[in-house]
Design a protein around this ligand. Structure first.
Ligand SMILES: *Cc1c(COP(=O)(O)O)cnc(C)c1O
Length: 340
């Protein structure tokens, strides 16, 4: 459909999920000690879960095949049938997970508009909390996301949101698929950004470069519920140490380097602006560009892989180096912009 992405000349800017495990990561996977994780026997899974729990300041962690499943298991662990979660209109858990909370958890979402900076207005959150009345779903959970649309959410906002949730007796979940991008950008630890949330979901398969895997974090009681939800959802894996080994490698080698992706995204945005394009961002690893008709096709024909759309998202990641950014910008410059 879009050409041979294994060719060295192709620059794939569609997502940071397109990264392939490096030779060293593959070696770690091949050498991983494994066991049956459904019995809790996989030493590599146990090591990954212990390490990330330590890193992010939680009692326990649980490995999932995907972020969608980890988020859904979190929703199902916080909320029961007829409960409700408050969530951003643009949030992955609401918008991009096929309505799983409603479909499989009988949980009602209450979406709230995201502001341009990615946050949701806490006065609107407070106003959306339903009174205890049989007419209403029971509002149980506030779900946030960091980064959201490539925007990092600072600790000061999280602090306010957590305070409100506490005051209103709501549980809190953070979709931290790209929490390390936020941490690297803000120059704070990921632990600091996670502090106070009842649960956090962290993807290993985005900018961290693992082929699969997401970790859900929480206290021991919460993780016990999440183990059950994961079983219901079919996500309990057997010799999952092969995947966990990639995750461990990613945590040890691919966190600090996210700064390079942010710098590459900056350079891409600068080049696009110089070529006359209207650009938003980047704040972390994502650039959004207003794409004229034919722009996406032109890029793809020049081996720069992008997803077509009027507001085109371009994502920097560890499989695009600065030479790749240069090739992308050369393709951008060879597309004649008609005068506005
Ligand atoms: C990618 C992503 C997920 C889901 O992860 P998958 O592994 O693709 O299911 C969840 N939340 C956010 C913010 C994401 O970017």
């Amino acid at each position: 459909m879009i050409g041979d992405t294994t060719k060295g000349t192709v620059v794939d800017l569609r997502s940071d999920t397109v990264t392939r495990p490096s030779a060293a990561m593959r070696q770690a996977m091949a050498q991983a000690q494994v066991g049956d994780d459904v019995f809790g026997d996989d030493p590599t899974v146990n090591r990954l879960q212990a390490k990330i729990a330590e890193m992010l300041g939680f009692e326990r962690a649980l490995l999932f095949p995907s972020g969608t499943q980890s988020n859904l298991a979190a929703l199902m662990s916080h909320c029961g049938r007829g409960d409700e979660y408050l969530v951003g209109q643009e949030a992955h858990t609401y918008r991009f997970e096929a309505g799983g909370g409603a479909v499989l958890g009988s949980i009602q979402p209450q979406p709230i508009a995201n502001r341009p900076d990615g946050t949701i207005d806490l006065a609107m959150v407070e106003a959306a909390i339903k009174p205890d009345d049989p007419h209403f779903a029971r509002t149980r959970l506030l779900a946030l996301e960091n980064t959201i649309g490539g925007k990092e959410i600072p600790r000061s906002y999280l602090e306010q949101a957590l305070l409100l949730a506490k005051k209103k007796n709501l549980s809190t979940h953070l979709d931290g698929a790209r929490i390390f991008n936020a941490a690297v950008k803000l120059g704070v630890s990921a632990k600091e950004l996670c502090r106070g949330f009842d649960s956090v979901s962290v993807c290993l398969s985005k900018g961290l470069g693992a082929p699969a895997g997401t970790v859900l974090l929480g206290n021991a009681d919460f993780i016990k519920l999440a183990v059950r939800a994961r079983k219901i959802l079919g996500g309990a894996m057997r010799q999952a140490g092969i995947i966990a080994a990639a995750g461990l490698y990613a945590l040890e080698n691919n966190v600090e380097r996210l700064a390079q992706d942010h710098a590459n995204a900056e350079r891409l945005a600068k080049g696009l602006r110089e070529a006359g394009y209207e650009v938003e961002g980047p704040q972390t690893n994502m650039v959004f560009v207003k794409a004229p008709p034919g722009f996406a096709d032109h890029l793809v024909n020049n081996e720069i892989l992008v997803l077509a759309g009027p507001r085109m998202r371009l994502v920097a990641h560890l499989d695009v180096d600065s030479a790749g950014i240069d090739r992308a910008l050369a393709a951008v410059r060879s597309f004649a912009l008609s005068p506005a």
